[in-house]
Design a binder for this molecule. Structure first.
Ligand SMILES: C[S@@+](CC[C@H](N)C(=O)[O-])C[C@H]1O[C@@H](n2cnc3c(N)ncnc32)[C@H](O)[C@@H]1O
Length: 254
């Protein structure tokens, strides 16, 4: 459960919408998924295709639930790195994860992890927290750190009911509270910083669910197909979970 203190040196003024309350976040997700978050996390790990001995990375790992699920799948000979620019999330995840997990305090757009180091990269409910202008850079970083043949999984909510839409809008409203320039050091533990819902497209690659400020548009992972394809990913598959979640997988060619 090592925590790598190598903080990123992002030149970006807007790091992203940092969530800095891990326990409350766990509670909120349990409410949102009606107490079945564990089943969703297992489904994401299945869809990521992670195997024993793999090296996996989870981008925007938050409190580390998916990291821990991946770590049980990769076993003692594998390893999992969780990355998040929120210090409280990284502290919490480090304190609650087993020995084959390591954590990096960094935004996705400024990864310092080595090239071609991972078999699997996952990112759940995090892409829309990255400032729109930085999302392509983040996806290019993920491509860089995956080995040829490595798999990417992006997952986010697909609001299918009034309840889930309302919950996403609520989270977006809370997250939209701005506190000046976002940074990723230690802050007051009950804030969400600098969330960028003002732009809902990655270089014009599609929008669904509403206007530019609609948080329901920002969570659609299918919107990343075009930019991922431009970056070099292939083998796209999209499925909807039994939960209100969309799962997009892609492969870095051999
Ligand atoms: C909604 S939470 C998702 C946490 C976890 N992946 C999950 O599935 O529960 C979004 C996470 O993205 C993180 N985040 C914000 N900006 C980011 C960035 N630029 N790069 C990576 N993660 C970011 C937040 O701090 C937060 O922990």
């Amino acid at each position: 459960m090592a925590r790598n203190e190598q903080a990123s040196t992002s030149e970006s003024t807007a790091v992203g919408g940092l969530i800095t309350w891990p326990r409350r976040y766990n509670l909120l997700t349990d409410v949102f998924f009606l107490g079945r978050t564990g089943r969703l996390i297992a489904e994401l790990a299945d869809a990521a295709g992670v195997r024993s001995g793999d090296h996996a990375v989870d981008i925007g790992c938050g409190p580390g639930r998916l990291v821990r699920e991946l770590s049980s799948r990769v076993g003692p000979h594998g390893r999992v790195v969780g990355v998040d620019p929120s210090a409280p999330m990284i502290d919490y995840a480090s304190a609650h994860s087993p020995a084959n997990c390591r954590f990096e305090l960094a935004p996705a757009q400024s990864l310092t992890l080595p090239d071609a180091a991972f078999d699997v990269a996952t990112s759940s409910f995090a892409m829309h927290h990255i400032p729109e202008a930085e999302r392509e850079r983040a996806l290019r970083q993920i491509f860089r750190i995956l080995r040829p043949g490595g798999r990417l999984l992006l997952a986010d909510a697909t609001p299918t009911s009034g309840f889930s839409s309302a919950a996403i809008r609520f989270m977006a409203r809370v997250s939209a509270r701005r506190h000046g320039g976002a940074a990723h050091g230690h802050h007051a533990h009950d804030e969400v910083r600098g969330h960028d819902h003002g732009h809902d497209e990655v270089h014009g690659h599609g929008r669904e669910g509403g206007g530019a400020n609609d948080p329901l548009a920002a969570v659609n992972v299918q919107r990343y197909r075009k930019v991922l394809s431009d970056i070099g990913f292939t083998g796209f598959e999209y499925r909807t979970s039994r939960f209100p979640v969309g799962i997009l997988t892609a492969v870095k060619p051999e």
